[in-house]
Design a protein around this ligand. Sequence first.
Ligand SMILES: Cc1cc2nc3c(=O)[nH]c(=O)nc-3n(C[C@H](O)[C@H](O)[C@H](O)COP(=O)(O)O)c2cc1C
Length: 316
Amino acid sequence: MVIVNTIDINPLLLNSSCAWSSDLHQLTELYDAPYTGAVTTRTATLAGFPEDDAIHTVAFAADALTTINSYGYSPHPLEQYLIWVEAILAAHAQSTKPIIISITASDPTTLHGMLAAIQDLRARLGDATSAPSRIAVELNTSCPNIPGAPPSGYTFSSLQPLLRVLAAAHAGDPTLTLGLKLPPYTFRAQFADALAGLRALDAPCPIAFLTCTNTLGNALLFADEAGAFAVPTAVGGVAGDSLHALALGNVYTFRQLLATADARDAGLGGIKIIGVGGVTSRAAAARMMQAGADVVACATLFGKEGVRAFEILGKE
Ligand SMILES: Cc1cc2nc3c(=O)[nH]c(=O)nc-3n(C[C@H](O)[C@H](O)[C@H](O)COP(=O)(O)O)c2cc1C
């Protein structure tokens, strides 16, 4: 079991936010699965993302457990997720399994409103006063597929206004468990920038966990030898086996940097890492832990196997 601020993840396995954690049926199945220690919803925006079946999709590679996807965010608005999360938690009143609500916003006012709506739900459920809490929030800073909106996780300076909103929410209620979903970084200064961005907040760090990593953007897979693209946009975010080494490197580098005296002095030493990227077997999950993850998560294996994925990864 791992305590992440006020939530308790046990076993140390969950789905990462994805198209297969999009609706009530999928979320309920994930919640009911004995090998998930938490559930992450698909990323919601305030109003819902205009999904277009002709553009937004996922494809599996033929020769490896790799996906490419061109999805944006969930078509369902945050309000819908709050109704579903309330229904699932109400139906499982005795369970301590948490649900991580993945959200994104491009401006502080919208993010503030979204957090307020989540806090209203937590207040209705008594989530701030029960131990452990059953609701956490992951801010997705890393979707590579949104035209005109590059992933803010690559430029921590652009993320500061949103981080300040998170810091204010956490200062108002330290029981609110907050995390960041980060993009895959490829050189060391990017990791240092991310941690410098958290230190620059001039407030106790509101971030309890980092989820590393999202898909690697601008990848291309062909569907066949004739040269048809695997997704209609040609390029998209690659995940699964093809992402694994980079995801391990991201988890490892954050683990090293968070263990430095500097990071500990800045109050970042307790940040937990959810390792994601190519966790497609028990060996891959073990490598994620060896690299420094506290908890591991998967999307591609879950997309292929359904909730059996967690049995594959978690069964002794
Ligand atoms: C079809 C699909 C949809 C995804 N949608 C989201 C999303 O809505 N929000 C998010 O933070 N990550 C999303 N991701 C990224 C995954 O959470 C994960 O970070 C990435 O796929 C790497 O893990 P994997 O190798 O186990 O697939 C998506 C991935 C896939 C394959």
